[in-house]
Design a protein around this ligand. Structure first.
Ligand code: C2E
Ligand code: CA
Ligand code: CA
Length: 461
């Protein structure tokens, strides 16, 4: 209840400010200018009010979140103006379809919401899918954007506005991953999933300061000699009950919760500490660390990384930072600043997962990127599928022409290794050579592969 009062007070204050600044009316500040529907800020306040009324009178409130399935595609192919026309028309349709007890809102982008006190939730959801999906004519063309709907209900599913929104979003996400064009309600399966996430969140918050997230290492070998020349650092969670967990089990959640930064720092510090002596003894030349696109969006990222590195014994020239192309596309100017700042210190940059996205060779020409890592999905069919082999060979050729070195990832068998070597790949990494291993195992492996010392030096010891 206090939340509700606070958010209403906040909204009133914001509106007063806007009015004072730009002479806006209350109505303008609460509506979305494109569709004329209630905007996100006002919607949250109205939802809280409805819930409070339902709480007082024992009523039921359903929240439907609506998302277009093909909006991005339509926007990209027909242009932004056409996209705007489509959204404006949807606004009109939703408004016309809503009964007296309902509120329709645009939450942003192509996401809409309806709050309703209807009893037959399924029927209402199905109708929303139908209304929003119905074809429109834009610039004389028939377009049908398709729509998915997620729904959660007070009081059976959730007790407050934030849970209600979260649960409706979970239902929406599930229906979208199953192909969309349908509706889905929050249910026991999603409740179990939500509980799992809550537990994982609490455990993760505890695990980071407890030092349970540790660096593992996978050898990177020279393609022509097969000798280990570097290591890639890969995070593992030493979970007290579940044992060793791979990044897939916790990195996405950590990114969502804003915890990835703390994980990357902890893994980076520990990895530098462990690997610095390997570099100092000449056992390897390179230590390659992964960073999340989230980290990179922090304008202070490169400066902080350089400061952390300076506190370790690892020379900057031995460090490679692996970034993904997605990040380059998100904010090229910021990417350039980070990359140039790191390069100036001697840190090298590798473009990870190359071949899964746009594989933009232009980025390689215009940024000081020294290495590309060819993704495992490309390597899988290399040496077997002639077309893939040709593609990879030409990627290797193009990268070489640009003076970029290539690491092939996920090399699992001899045939792949043979092909890559003959096609001029510089370095390789994969289960064929070694699986990721703990710091101790890596140290042992490196010591065991150390070339025999000259007899004279051994005798003097
Ligand atoms: P990545 O950077 O592409 O790392 C390579 C992944 O491929 C690793 O999975 C590695 O164990 C796996 N791999 C290596 N060789 C083979 C092979 O021959 N066959 C197969 N099937 N797989 C192979 P892992 O350790 O599960 O890591 C998954 C992803 O998690 C990484 O993909 C990286 O994107 C992310 N990640 C790992 N550590 C960190 C970290 O410290 N911070 C951040 N932000 N992300 C991390
Ligand atoms: Ca990587
Ligand atoms: Ca990769």
């Amino acid at each position: 209840m206090s939340d509700n009062r606070e958010s209403y007070a906040e909204l009133a204050a914001r509106v007063a400010m806007l009015e004072a600044e730009r002479g806006l009316t209350l109505r303008q500040a609460q509506t979305d200018s494109l569709t004329g529907l209630v905007n996100r800020g006002a919607f949250t306040t109205l939802l809280c009010e409805r819930l409070e009324q339902a709480r007082a009178h024992g009523g039921q409130i359903a929240l439907f979140v609506v998302d277009l399935d093909r909006f991005k595609h339509l926007n990209d192919t027909l242009g932004h103006h056409a996209g705007d026309l489509l959204l404006a028309e949807l606004g009109k349709r939703l408004l016309a379809d809503c009964g007296p007890g309902e509120i329709a809102a645009r939450l942003g982008g192509d996401e809409f919401a309806v709050v309703s006190d209807v009893k037959d939730v399924g029927r209402r959801a199905a109708r929303l899918v139908q209304v929003v999906s119905a074809a429109q004519t834009i610039y004389g063309r028939h377009v049908s954007p398709g729509a998915s709907v997620g729904v959660a209900v007070y009081p059976q599913d959730a007790a407050d506005a934030s849970d209600l929104q979260r649960f409706a979003d979970m239902a929406l996400y599930r229906v979208k991953t199953r192909g969309g064009r349908r509706w889905s309600a929050f249910d026991a399966e999603l409740r179990a999933e939500s509980e799992r996430r809550r537990t994982l969140e609490a455990e993760l918050r505890r695990a980071i300061p407890a030092g349970e997230i540790v660096p593992w290492f996978q050898p990177v070998v020279d393609a022509s000699t097969g000798a280990t020349v570097g290591v890639e650092v890969l995070a593992r969670w030493n979970h007290p009950e579940q044992g060793l967990l791979a990044p897939a089990a916790f990195v996405p959640m950590a990114e969502e919760l804003g915890l990835i930064h703390a994980i990357d720092e902890a893994v980076f510090d520990a990895a530098c500490r462990l690997a610095a002596p390997w570099v100092a003894e000449g056992l390897i030349e390179l230590v390659s660390c992964n960073v999340s696109p989230r980290d990179l969006l922090d304008p202070g990222f490169s400066r902080k990384l350089i400061a952390r590195l300076a506190r370790t014994d690892l020379p900057a020239t031995a460090l490679t930072v692996e970034i993904t192309e997605t990040f380059l596309l998100q904010d090229l100017a910021l990417a350039r600043r980070h990359i140039e700042r790191l390069a100036a210190k001697g840190v090298s940059i590798a473009l990870d997962d190359f071949g899964t996205g746009y594989s933009n060779l232009r980025a390689l020409m215009h940024l000081p990127i020294q290495t590309v890592k060819l993704d495992r999905s490309l390597i899988a069919d290399v040496g077997r599928d002639a077309r893939v082999s040709k593609l990879v060979a030409s990627m290797l050729h193009a990268s070489r022409a640009l003076g970029v070195s290539i690491v092939a990832e996920g090399v699992e068998d001899h045939a792949q290794a043979l092909f890559l070597r003959s096609a001029g790949c510089d370095r390789m990494q994969g289960y064929f050579f070694a699986r990721p291993m703990s710091g101790e195992a890596m140290a042992e492996m490196l010591q065991a592969s150390r070339p025999a010392q000259p007899a004279r030096r051994r005798a003097t010891r």
